[in-house]
Design a binder for this molecule. Structure first.
Ligand code: NAD
Length: 370
């Protein structure tokens, strides 16, 4: 059983297929997008070792040659060096515009391979085959691709929509528990930002999603993709509503910047704490009932995710430094802070020109150092 969710972007429209066993018929599904009989499959060492043979075999069954380009796992690969290396390897394969790049991995591989595809010979088609929960519900859909620079995350990139997204739920079976929980932070984000009913469903069914029960997992991933597809179709380049998907990200990025973007704090964990903080900040500003902030945090904590600064490695943080990171965030305009705040669960909004001093005071009240 699979679900197909359209992303309505006119000439750049595509489908996201969510379901079990999709890898097995990847060849047939990719064929319509191939002008030649070759596809460069970009993957990381971990994903390739676990699932590469199955994808290759599926492509080869349909007469498509899979050309693996395997990169080291981890955020460091999403760098100028990683991009140079990948571009060079694609050139060495003599890939041309009629060929296809397949991004087969988590958000790191999707962002890197997607950006390489965006600029390789001025643009080549690519397909996303996301293998983490985070990538299936978020990063593989919407066409944002980027690499990090020493000045920050995702600062150099392009919008480049995939031609197809194949989210095979079976590949999540091998994903580490912690990565599963980190991805779940993005799942709960969709409920918190715009769907109270989904949030309530997650309160009851979150443990089943985390345990990878097929029906619950499928329903959760499909609902997230549906919401993302709807938002992206109306605001591809993030002029407005797409920014809602950054709920928890301004606080989260500041925490990631302070902890060094490493294994100490995964992106999803930072976003989890960031969402709890965004709700409590909204409550402190009188925008949202305190009860909603407590309920949001309880649902995040129930998934084993952090909801307070004290639970984040590196605590106690300096409020001043955290605010400085937020001011450097690319979403900050003219020194004013932009946040995604909430009027309640399922009702987030873009708040421009948030007062830096109010954020600093709030962080101090949350246990950061003055
Ligand atoms: P990731 O790609 O680093 O994957 C996490 C780890 O899981 C890696 O070690 C990987 O090798 C391993 N892995 C992947 N699939 C596996 C599987 N099926 N079984 C076992 N192990 C597996 O991290 P991620 O959390 O998927 O993505 C994070 C990245 O996504 C960040 O760089 C972030 O900036 C980016 N992101 C992009 C967008 C976007 O819209 N483009 C949105 C959100 C996040």
């Amino acid at each position: 059983m699979s679900r197909t969710i359209p992303v309505g972007l006119g000439a750049r429209a595509y489908e996201v297929v969510v379901g079990a066993g999709l890898l097995e018929d990847a060849g047939a599904r990719l064929k319509p997008f191939l002008k030649t009989r070759r596809a460069a499959v970009v993957s990381d060492e971990t994903v390739w070792a676990l699932h590469g043979a199955r994808l290759s075999a599926a492509l080869e069954r349909e007469g498509v040659q899979a050309l693996p380009v395997v990169v080291p796992p981890g955020e460091q690969t999403k760098s100028f060096e990683g991009l140079a290396d990948l571009s060079d390897r694609l050139l060495a394969l003599e890939l041309d515009r009629g060929d296809l790049v397949v991004a087969f991995g988590g958000g790191v591989v999707g962002d890197l391979a997607g950006f390489a595809a965006a600029i390789y010979k001025r643009g080549i088609d690519f397909v996303q085959v996301p293998t983490t929960l985070l990538a299936q519900v978020d990063s593989s859909v919407g066409g944002k691709t980027a690499i990090d620079t020493p000045r920050g995350k995702n600062l150099v990139g392009a919008f480049h929509q995939p031609r197809l997204v194949l989210a095979d739920l079976d590949v999540l079976a091998t994903l580490a528990e912690r990565e599963m929980r980190a991805g779940y932070a993005e799942v709960i984000k969709y409920g918190l930002l715009g769907d109270f009913g989904f949030f309530e469903w997650l309160e009851a069914n979150g443990p089943k999603v985390l345990a990878r029960e097929p029906d619950a997992l499928s329903r959760a991933v499909a609902r997230c993709v549906e919401m993302k597809a709807e938002i992206v179709a109306h605001d591809e380049k993030e002029q407005g509503r797409r920014a809602l998907l950054n709920l928890g990200h301004t606080f989260g990025h500041a925490l990631e910047a302070e902890t060094g973007y490493g294994a100490a704090l995964l992106h999803g964990e930072a976003v989890a704490a960031g969402q709890a903080l965004a709700f409590r900040f909204s409550a402190a500003q009188g925008l949202c009932p305190a009860q909603d902030a407590r309920r949001a945090a309880a649902a995040i904590a129930a998934a084993g995710l952090p909801t307070t600064l004290a639970e984040v490695p590196g605590h106690p943080f300096s409020a001043e430094r955290l605010v400085r990171h937020m001011a450097q965030d690319k979403k900050a305009e003219a020194g004013r802070l932009t946040f995604i705040l909430a009027r309640g669960i399922g009702d987030a909004f873009v708040a421009k020109a948030v007062d830096q001093a109010a954020v600093r005071d709030f962080l101090i009240a949350e246990g950061a150092q003055p």
